[in-house]
Design a protein. Structure first.
Length: 317
């Protein structure tokens, strides 16, 4: 694809986490992906070589810190260092999915705050800006001392369901922490909300306790930011059906989908699971129940606006 973006000082590179999304973003902007290679020494050490001049350029790196998380974080840190030493003007990190975001506080004694550690590593390596999507905890923005543009996936998910013309819908938050997200979707779809009251005795284990709100005879749309093992979302779907919901849809921005997630979703009461491509889904996880939406236009537009020093927040007006 020939470059059509008028300013040649805008460079977009990708590493190994989600090259397909990166290509979509570059196509939306109108640039070719920058040339670089990521190789390994025989002992597994990462080696990166930037194969074109980026001196004085504003560089954007696309890299989700998804599975394998530590590999992708290390690739990103080494790439930032390489760009800094090659005299890039700015180093802007586009992280569609920010890994370690669930470790954002000390829930128990002697626990680390790993999302803060990752923020420190990115800044120390030389990042000058972060562009990310649906942080698990919005307060993670405060872990950075560099500018951060926090994009949201609710408009993309809401537009999809609006086009389906579902009747008698209710937007359901799978826990109290997701009420703000559910409210944003409910406002867009002009629907009421309900809340699943649950407790989590240990990580990746959820127990549904009660449903706050009326779901009887309604089409329920569960919304979350991350679906990992799918325990929470499938338990919630079962509880909604038991309480009289006539159909259950689910959606999230980040389809981590680890461990038994695919099997659980396949065997659940969820009619359709709508996700974005913030994390690259391997072919074995692309089952019939899963619908994937692209965040490339959103991220591409955000990059253009940052580069041209325009407002990013107006993307969501």
């Amino acid at each position: 694809m020939p470059n059509s973006y008028p300013n040649k000082n805008l460079k977009v590179f990708t590493l190994n986490s989600n090259p397909k999304l990166a290509q979509e973003i570059a196509s939306h902007i109108g640039v070719e992906l920058g040339r670089c290679s990521v190789t390994r020494f025989s002992d597994g050490e990462v080696q990166i070589n930037i194969e074109e001049s980026i001196r004085g350029c504003d560089v954007y790196i696309i890299q989700s810190t998804s599975f394998p998380v530590n590999e992708h974080i290390m690739e990103l840190l080494i790439m930032i260092d390489a760009l800094k030493r090659a005299s890039a003007k700015t180093i802007n990190i586009v992280i569609p999915y920010y890994g370690y975001a669930r470790q954002d506080r000390k829930a128990r004694s002697r626990e680390p705050i790993t999302s803060k550690l990752v923020a420190n590593l990115l800044e120390t390596a030389g990042a000058t800006r972060i562009i990310t999507l649906d942080l698990h905890a919005p307060q993670i923005q405060g872990f950075f001392d560099i500018p951060i543009d926090h994009l949201v996936g609710v408009p993309i998910l809401s537009d999809y369901f609006e086009k389906k013309n579902l009747e008698d819908i209710v937007i359901v938050s799978p826990d109290h922490g997701g009420v703000t997200r559910a409210r944003k979707m409910a406002d867009r779809l002009k629907a009421p909300i309900a809340i699943i009251d649950k407790r989590r005795p240990r990580p990746n284990v959820a127990e549904v306790m009660n449903i706050i709100g009326n779901v009887e005879g309604k089409t329920a749309i569960l919304i979350d930011d991350i679906i990992d093992t799918a325990g929470t979302i499938t338990l919630a779907a079962n509880a909604l059906v038991e309480c009289g919901a006539k159909a259950v849809y689910a959606c999230c921005t980040h389809p981590v989908l680890s461990g038994p997630a695919i099997e659980r979703i396949e065997n659940s009461n969820i009619k359709e699971l709508v996700v974005t491509n913030s994390i690259m889904l391997p072919e074995e996880k692309k089952i019939g129940k899963i619908e994937e939406l692209s965040v490339a236009p959103l991220l591409g537009e955000a990059i253009i606006r940052v580069f041209e020093e325009e407002s990013v927040s107006t993307l969501f007006d």
